[in-house]
Design a protein around this ligand. Structure first.
Ligand SMILES: [Zn+2]
Ligand SMILES: [Zn+2]
Length: 277
């Protein structure tokens, strides 16, 4: 295992960053089972690490010795934030190309590309989360038309070129259900919110989000607390969801089998006769 693989395996973002800065090969396949750093990052469930590797040009279509991509591995172990980051990654270069095309004389600042990159890379599309991002960049209003233009182009190209992978989207759907048992920030919808309201225990990702929500939340904190107590017994069964995911895999396998049979039938049709001699 290379040091970068080690860092990814352990989910150590800072170590991975150092390795990459010193020129570590991001798509190394030197691991004997064919695992790339991105696959390790996906398995370790570190979204920031996945994003870092993708930013450094990690190839998401590579498969390991059992034919699984990083995305499929992440989905398999229930790391849906990683799935989302790998699937929807957009590079800074793509943004730069749209923002500063070769034939245009108008040049836009580096900060603007970085800001747009951050905005479109965010997989949390909660309106409050978007407003928070906009508030962080003071020239957002000044460049609003350009921002809209670039975001629009990006979505268009994503819609057009994205391979439709029904199995993965189905897994994504189950992933959403898995999320029902993980913790969303009550304000901005971001995953893995670690702070809690002292009264009703709803999750928040930060103090900023909790303060933002408080004027409204204080009116319903007690009601939520009561409702949660009543609802506690009706938790979603994780095993049941995993079984459904396995079912999807089986369906996929049988579809592939049918495809193979179809292909062989077509071969016979072309020849006009069977190949038996
Ligand atoms: Zn939040
Ligand atoms: Zn509360």
């Amino acid at each position: 295992m290379t040091p970068l693989c080690q860092a990814a395996f352990r989910g150590n973002v800072e170590m991975a960053r150092v390795c990459l800065k010193f020129g570590a090969e991001v798509n190394t396949k030197r691991h004997e089972q064919g695992y790339t750093p991105l696959m390790f990052a996906a398995l370790s469930g570190k979204p920031d690490l996945c994003r870092l590797l993708m930013d450094y040009g990690a190839e998401s279509s590579y498969t390991n010795n059992i034919g699984k991509t990083a995305c499929e591995l992440a989905a398999f172990v229930g790391q849906h934030e990683c799935v989302s980051i790998i699937n929807n990654h957009i590079s800074l270069e793509q943004i730069n190309k749209l923002l500063n095309p070769k034939d245009s004389e108008e040049k836009f600042p580096e900060e603007l590309s970085k800001f747009i990159h951050k905005t479109v890379s965010a997989h949390v599309v909660h309106p409050i989360a978007i407003i928070f991002t906009l508030l962080d960049y003071e020239d957002a209003l000044k460049y609003r038309k350009k921002i809209l233009y670039v975001v629009d182009r990006i979505f268009e190209s994503q819609l057009r070129c994205k391979e439709s992978n029904e199995v993965l989207s189905l897994k994504g759907l189950f992933g959403q259900r898995l999320h029902a048992v993980s913790h969303f920030c009550f304000t901005c919808g971001s995953f893995s919110a670690k702070k809690r309201c002292g009264g009703c225990k709803v999750p928040y990702c930060s103090e900023k989000c909790q303060k933002f929500d408080w004027p409204i939340h204080k009116r319903c904190c007690q009601a939520i607390s009561d409702w949660n107590k009543k609802d506690e017994e009706e938790e979603i069964d994780l095993d049941q969801i995993k079984a459904s995911i396995e079912e999807v895999d089986e369906i996929k396998a049988s579809i592939e089998e049918v495809d193979e049979i179809k292909a062989s039938v077509e071969e016979v049709d072309e020849d006009g006769e069977t190949k038996n001699e």
